[in-house]
Design a protein around this ligand. Structure first.
Ligand SMILES: *[C@@H]1O[C@H](CO)[C@@H](O)[C@H](O)[C@H]1NC(C)=O
Ligand SMILES: *[C@@H]1O[C@H](CO)[C@@H](O)[C@H](O)[C@H]1NC(C)=O
Length: 225
């Protein structure tokens, strides 16, 4: 009995440590009656979705080089499959995924689902410069993660294509991949800086060149296509 305090204290410390980075994942299919909802059940499913959400979180933390203390504080991430237009969107740690998109997708729907989920999960975890970062950069970082996870679909622009660095999505993702090639961990450092605000000068601070110079170097590397 006298010794029990020595057992209890370390045990509580271990439990506190274990819950510090525990994230809960929930998924629901609100489109049960639709053909897209049925295809989700048959080819993807709730359990698989939760597995992908956990795998995406780990991948994103690794890509962003974040220790638990560096991550956003998020306890619960929810996926909702619902009948809606478009593909998917994320707000308040809730990912809304279109059952109609799943139903109409021609090709390997599971791979497409994974790719979209890595993009949306990045929106949960990435910093947005306190709302000041360009939307195109936010979308580009989400697609950069999708690219690094090997889920870039074949219809994406090829490296060097596009008119503006902050066009967003695949165009910005390919550019960020070029920047990341100049200095490993660039995107992780950029995201870390975006915790407190945003300035295009972050590119100068991290790579020694303005973002416009980097964009024209990038375009020139691929023959200004
Ligand atoms: C999903 O996971 C739960 C809990 O692990 C399990 O009980 C259930 O059988 C699984 N469902 C399917 C369809 O695999
Ligand atoms: C395809 O999308 C339309 C809406 O754009 C929807 O009404 C229809 O149910 C979808 N088809 C399938 C098979 O999910």
């Amino acid at each position: 009995m006298k010794n029990s305090i020595f057992i209890v204290v370390p045990l509580l410390a271990v439990m506190a440590f274990a819950t510090a980075d525990a994230v809960q994942y929930k998924a629901t299919n609100n489109a049960q009656g639709t053909s897209g909802g049925a295809r989700f059940n048959q080819q993807i499913g709730i359990n698989y979705s939760k597995k992908i959400m956990a795998a995406a979180s780990s991948f994103i933390w690794t890509t962003f080089k974040q220790a638990p203390a560096d991550r956003k504080s998020v306890n619960l991430i929810t996926l909702i499959i619902e009948s809606m237009s478009g593909v998917a969107y994320t707000s308040n740690n809730e990912i809304h995924f279109s059952a109609d998109y799943i139903g109409n997708y021609s090709g390997d729907v599971k791979t497409e689902f994974n790719g979209v989920m890595y993009h949306e999960m990045t929106h949960v975890w990435q910093w947005n410069g306190q709302g000041k970062a360009p939307g195109g950069l936010i979308e580009g970082i989400a697609d950069f993660v999708r690219l690094k996870a090997n889920y870039a679909p074949s219809h994406w622009v090829k490296p060097g294509q596009g008119d503006r660095w902050d066009k967003g999505y695949d165009v910005t993702a390919r550019f960020l991949d070029y920047c990341n090639g100049l200095k490993g961990g660039f995107v992780a450092q950029l995201n870390a800086k975006m915790k407190d605000g945003y300035s295009n000068d972050f590119f100068v601070q991290l790579l020694g060149k303005t973002v416009d110079q980097l964009w024209s170097d990038y375009k020139a590397k691929y023959g200004n296509q």
